[in-house]
Design a protein around this ligand. Structure first.
Ligand SMILES: Nc1nc2c(ncn2[C@@H]2O[C@H](COP(=O)(O)OP(=O)(O)OP(=O)(O)O)[C@@H](O)[C@H]2O)c(=O)[nH]1
Length: 368
């Protein structure tokens, strides 16, 4: 995962401060230069990188730091805060993002062709199904032959009701029919999958606007391939300018995603990232939380992410003991045995990713 390389470079840059006999302005500048290079190589927008550099310089005044203060920690904290600020959409009113059981919400997914919309729609539906919602999927993609079959296949696997048509060619008509039908059936989360195009073009945006007018979505989610690099900012902005994007899902973060795209998408859409797609399978979908993401990027372990995974896979009666052991740093062989036994009951791909996450989170936590 290329994101790991960014993490390694950032950690290496911060470690160089520790190695310096005296931490002065020169050492800070050299460290910041390394950090900026790593971010630029990871496709973060130049303007954002410069913003981070200036932000850290503003937060850390080496000459004025009181004697006795751990300068390395102060710098590390400033870098951490600036990375979080970069990923902060600035949205304080998150009501739109909060779904409520038994209150119908219509969520429309938009994005370029192949970005992972259809896969993400099902992952999103499945995620909320596990939380007790009653989701349903509507296929408004009349552009790509086979799109309805794909959604149908995914929905059937996840046992989620779906709606689509082989005959109707107007996506606005299909989506309206689907939404109405599921509203009557009392579904509380109606997800509309729209079509994509190879590139941002007016016909795609016009179609999106028509579907949005037909279904009046409570939330529009922009799905972006995390590996598209420097093009991320412009792509995300083009979508935001066309429909009222309220949140972002970054997909393919398991592949060649350098992570920079994520930072750029937030800046362009001023919308928070809410989930990351980390594989083709239904459960390879992680809730996104800025601090957690940055912690992981800086090799600090992601204990809260691990908690989420545990809540998904460990039987409910065993969860309190396990969570308590992890929080107290008291992970015994018996606790580990219980965890791995539960993981073995999952599919092979999920096993690998969860085991990897567990080892990484526990390992990093142990080092701190
Ligand atoms: N590795 C990986 N592959 C993904 C992820 N999300 C989606 N994919 C794959 O990406 C490809 C495209 O996904 P789709 O869901 O068909 O994309 P789409 O945006 O709906 O495409 P259109 O309907 O043509 O617009 C598929 O092969 C998916 O399995 C992810 O998080 N990781």
């Amino acid at each position: 995962m290329v994101l790991n390389e960014l993490g390694k470079s950032l950690t290496k840059a911060l470690a160089s401060i520790n190695a310096a006999p005296v931490i002065d302005e020169k050492v800070l500048d050299a460290c910041l230069k390394e950090i900026c290079t790593a971010l630029l190589q990871s496709d973060v927008n130049v303007k954002q990188v410069m913003g981070l550099r200036n932000g850290v310089k503003k937060r850390v005044n080496i000459e004025q730091l009181a004697a006795g203060l751990n300068k390395q920690r102060v710098i590390e904290k400033a870098v951490f805060d600036e990375l979080c600020a970069m990923l902060d959409s600035g949205i304080t009113d998150t009501k739109k993002l909060e779904l409520k059981k038994n209150k119908t919400a219509v969520v429309m997914f938009v994005g370029l062709q192949g970005s992972g919309k259809t896969t993400t729609c099902t992952k999103y539906a499945y995620h909320y199904k596990k939380k007790g919602f009653k989701p349903a999927l509507v296929c408004a993609d009349t552009f790509r032959a086979g799109a309805f079959d794909q959604l149908k296949q995914n929905a059937t696997k996840a046992q989620i009701p779906f709606f689509g048509s082989y005959k109707e060619t107007d996506p606005a008509v299909i989506s309206q029919q689907g939404v109405e039908r599921f509203k009557t059936e009392g579904r509380d989360l109606i997800i509309v999958d729209t079509s994509g195009r190879h590139k941002q073009e007016e016909s795609l945006f016009e179609e999106m606007r028509q579907v949005a007018a037909a279904v009046q979505p409570d939330l529009v989610i922009f799905v972006m391939d995390g590996s598209i690099g420097q093009a991320a900012f412009d792509q995300a902005k083009a979508f935001k300018d066309s429909v009222e994007v309220g949140a972002v899902v970054m997909t393919k973060m398991d592949g060649h995603a350098k992570g920079g795209g994520a930072l750029s998408a937030v800046a362009a859409t001023k919308s928070p990232i809410i989930f990351l797609g980390t594989g083709e399978h239904m459960d390879q979908f992680e809730s996104f939380e800025t601090k957690r993401f940055v912690q992981r990027l800086l090799g600090k372990g992601d204990v809260s992410g691990l908690m989420d995974k545990i809540q998904d896979i460990i039987p409910e009666d065993k969860q309190p003991e396990l969570l308590d052991s992890i929080q107290k740093g008291n992970v015994t062989m018996r606790v580990l045995k219980d965890m791995f036994e539960s993981v073995l009951e999952m599919g092979p791909m999920s096993q690998a990713s969860v085991t990897f996450e567990m080892c990484r989170a526990l390992g990093a936590e142990h080092q701190q």
